[in-house]
Design a protein around this ligand. Structure first.
Ligand code: PGA
Length: 252
């Protein structure tokens, strides 16, 4: 199986209707000039998912959300279910992002329940794992990440319905990124952990992407790291030019 690289734009809480539509129109236009682009996903905030879906209908760009609830429907004020997302054309859902873990107290267990619900709806879960600065300093990186991988993945995951995103917390929005060796070591550890909860084939073929301060300048060195299948891009995904330049780097 040959895996396409994938570049995912995580807009976070940015983009009103007009800004979001402008950004997507520009991305679509610029992507037309890219030969053989990698798989591309944009993850706008909830309130503009539907209009953006309409704009993406005849393009190769896929739509993702940044979170979802566990349940399908019911008395969960303020929540949006995987079923509702699927209904409006969402194909990917970012889960377990460190900002969700930090500000909404999401645990590995909660993340695993959400991953399960997303898989059940036939969407792909982008599961974020990563160590804090303190955990890195204490030499706990591999331990923390291996646990996150094991406890965030439900029984029925496989290489087609889950993507793992390695996002060191200290690299998010800081313009600091790990060395290629550090990324390689963690990506190998992620695949080793996958082996223990699934099988060799899944460990080899599941897509593992890197996220945290990916930029036009560093993208090619990140994508060159052995075992890295693409990137989860935050800040740089808000500028069409930069996002598409990063997409281009994934092909080189
Ligand atoms: P960043 O964010 O690229 O702005 O560091 C990445 C992320 O948090 O997904």
């Amino acid at each position: 199986m040959t895996k396409n690289k994938i570049v995912i734009g995580n807009w976070k809480m940015n983009g009103d209707l007009m800004e979001g539509q402008d950004l997507v129109a520009n991305i679509c236009e610029e992507v037309k000039g890219v030969d053989n682009p990698c798989d591309i996903v944009v993850c706008p905030p909830y309130q503009i998912l539907h209009p953006i879906h309409k704009m993406l209908e005849d393009t190769k760009i896929n739509l993702g959300a940044q979170n979802c609830a566990i349940e399908k429907a019911g008395a969960f004020t303020g929540d949006v279910s995987p079923h509702m997302l699927k209904d409006i054309g969402v194909e990917y859902v970012i889960l377990g992002h460190s900002e969700r873990r930090k500000y909404h107290f999401e645990t590995n267990y909660i993340v695993s329940k959400k991953v399960q619900s997303v898989i059940k709806e036939g969407m792909t879960a982008i599961v974020c794992v990563g160590e804090s600065q303190k955990e890195k300093e204490d030499g706990k990186t591999i331990d923390v990440i291996s646990k996150q991988v094991k406890f965030c993945l439900p029984k029925d995951f496989n290489e087609n319905n889950v993507i793992i995103a390695y996002e060191p917390l200290w690299a998010i929005g800081t313009a600091v990124i790990p060395t290629s060796e550090e990324i390689k070591e963690v990506v190998e550890a992620i695949r080793d952990s996958i082996k223990t909860v699934s099988n060799e084939n899944c460990a080899k073929n599941i897509r593992v992407v890197y996220g945290g301060s990916i930029s036009v300048e560093n993208a090619s060195s990140v994508f060159e790291v052995d075992g890295v299948d693409g990137g989860l891009v935050g800040g740089a995904s808000l500028k069409a030019n930069d996002f598409v330049s990063i997409i281009k780097e994934s092909n080189n």
